[in-house]
Ligand binder design. Structure first.
Ligand SMILES: Cc1cc2nc3c(=O)[nH]c(=O)nc-3n(C[C@H](O)[C@H](O)[C@H](O)COP(=O)(O)OP(=O)(O)OC[C@H]3O[C@@H](n4cnc5c(N)ncnc54)[C@H](O)[C@@H]3O)c2cc1C
Length: 462
């Protein structure tokens, strides 16, 4: 079997070289056994190892590392894919700093944790590159059909769990490529495209059908799904950037985060000037700021209306952005964009923190008379995404389309019994591996619903 990892040719041409530079490059083949042997294999018969317990997808981490140490890449990858059909993508994008690697006992002893993500990547890349088929044992077709709306991590995980159980699964996505935000939003220095196509091929090998460039939009589309399928999984994620507007923000040089990132992932980055301001305090704001620096901006300043302590971004993301050279202006709120045709400055207002709001964070309030102008060439708004309320409003029985989709926490079932949901649409925006876990949970929920006593006559398998 060939070794190595996927080539990252897509963005290697100037001026994108800095963006194509991976944050965590693949381990060399020779490093893999050395790194694998550092694992203390600390799980027991009665309790999973802390790394496995910290993985939302529940990957048997010591198990796959043991296989790697023995040189059995195929077995290692089978163990990973058994729990996470996006095991190759997650090896690149998972925030392991707060998950498996944070739980590693070596870390707790003050030593460098095992590089679990890079070992996972070594195993999955080798097997995905080889085109080896999935190991899952398939039950014969059970006569039941499930539609999955959304080919993001939640939808792909749901399909990959249902297909081996004998379900005929079709995934619909409005986009031409699989992967959802992994394909279109996650920073290119983590992942551009590969290995998503190969992960999708494994689903195809399980019998999953993909209907790409096929939005499910209208009441007729939904009626068709209800007619043709026994259950529907909604892995629709979130929608466009939050609709936050300032006077003047129609000027050239003012961008929303998702189109900005998508353009650079497509290899046609939007121009940034020398001075870039990024609005927001979450992980997307950190990504956008670091991407702007890599695109050649000399000064990138994050504007956040609360303080560093309230920032929703992972701490390690903030620290890494600082290390890259991103600057921060806390307690700062943009109120107006100025310029003629093109942005020349942004007027900001100083804030102070008042009483806690519903989220428990102290509410920012403007300091009177504190407005000031900041000369910038570019302003990027990274304030979060909206719910897909128009679509959800058309799904019968969903009572609050402008909020996280309400589900039963053990089955993923929505208020409409034939519809299940998971991923960002349910948690308001999380991580890829959480979406994978939601997709798996809903698949098992669908299986027990369609085979259970509550299921209307005629849908229990034919
Ligand atoms: C900028 C950014 C960076 C991120 N970086 C990371 C990271 O480094 N690591 C990490 O773990 N997480 C990261 N995340 C979060 C992660 O990408 C998401 O949590 C995850 O992708 C959610 O998966 P999902 O399947 O729920 O939704 P999505 O990935 O959003 O997929 C939803 C899919 O549904 C499709 N769809 C929606 N509505 C319809 C419809 N009506 N008809 C047909 N198709 C439809 C969409 O086209 C999309 O393909 C990041 C998010 C953003 C915004």
């Amino acid at each position: 079997m060939a070794g190595g990892t996927f080539a990252r040719a897509d963005l290697s041409a100037d001026p994108m070289a800095a963006l194509a530079q991976e944050l965590h490059p693949a381990l060399a083949d020779a490093q893999v056994p050395y790194e694998a042997e550092r694992c203390l294999d600390c799980g027991s018969q009665t309790a999973p190892a802390p790394c496995t317990a910290a993985c939302p997808a529940g990957i048997d981490v010591p198990g796959f590392i043991r296989s790697l140490a023995l040189g059995d890449y195929l077995r290692a990858a089978d163990l990973i894919f058994a729990e996470n059909p996006l095991g190759g993508s997650c090896a690149r994008v998972c925030p392991t700093e707060v998950l498996c690697e944070a739980a590693c006992v070596l870390e707790r002893e003050g030593r460098r944790p095992v590089r679990i993500a890079q070992l996972q990547r070594a195993a999955t890349d080798r097997v995905l590159l080889s085109g080896a088929p999935p190991a899952a044992i398939h039950l014969p077709h059970n006569g039941l059909r499930v539609a999955v709306v959304g080919a993001g991590p939640a939808g792909m995980a749901c399909a990959a769990t249902l297909a081996p159980l004998g379900y005929a699964v079709t995934i619909y996505d409005s986009r031409p490529e699989v992967g959802g935000l992994v394909r279109y939003a996650i920073a290119p220095y983590r992942q551009v495209r590969e290995p998503l196509p190969q992960e999708a091929d494994r689903l195809r090998a399980m019998g999953v059908q993909f209907q790409l460039s096929t939005p499910v939009e209208t009441p007729e589309d939904l009626a068709l799904l209800e007619r043709e399928y026994d259950a529907v999984f909604l892995g629709i994620g979130l929608g466009a950037d939050q609709d936050v507007s300032y006077p003047g923000d129609g000027l050239e040089g003012v961008y929303e985060s998702l189109p900005f990132i998508e353009a650079l992932k497509e290899g046609r980055p939007l121009p940034v000037g020398r001075c870039v301001a990024v609005v927001g305090g979450g992980n997307t704001a950190m990504d956008v700021a670091r991407e702007a620096l890599r695109l050649g901006a000399e000064d990138v300043l994050v504007l956040y209306r609360r303080t560093e302590a309230e920032m929703p971004a992972f701490r390690h993301e903030v620290v890494e952005a600082m290390e890259d050279g991103v600057r921060f202006s806390w307690l700062t709120l943009p109120v107006r964009v100025n310029g003629e045709g093109r942005i020349a400055s942004v007027t900001c207002q100083r804030m102070e923190l008042g009483d806690p709001d519903a989220s428990g964070r102290r509410r920012p309030r403007p300091v009177p008379g504190s407005e000031f102008d900041l000369p910038v060439d570019t302003l990027i708004k990274a304030i979060g995404q909206q719910y897909r309320k128009e679509f959800l409003g058309r799904v019968g029985g969903i009572s609050a389309p402008d909020a996280p989709v309400a589900i039963d926490q053990t089955s993923g079932q929505t208020e409409n019994p034939r519809f299940f949901a998971g991923g960002d649409a349910v948690n308001g925006g999380g991580t890829v591996v959480e979406a994978v876990a939601h997709g798996k949970r809903a698949a098992l929920g669908i299986d027990s619903y369609l085979r259970g006593p509550d299921c209307p006559q005629g849908r229990r398998g034919r």
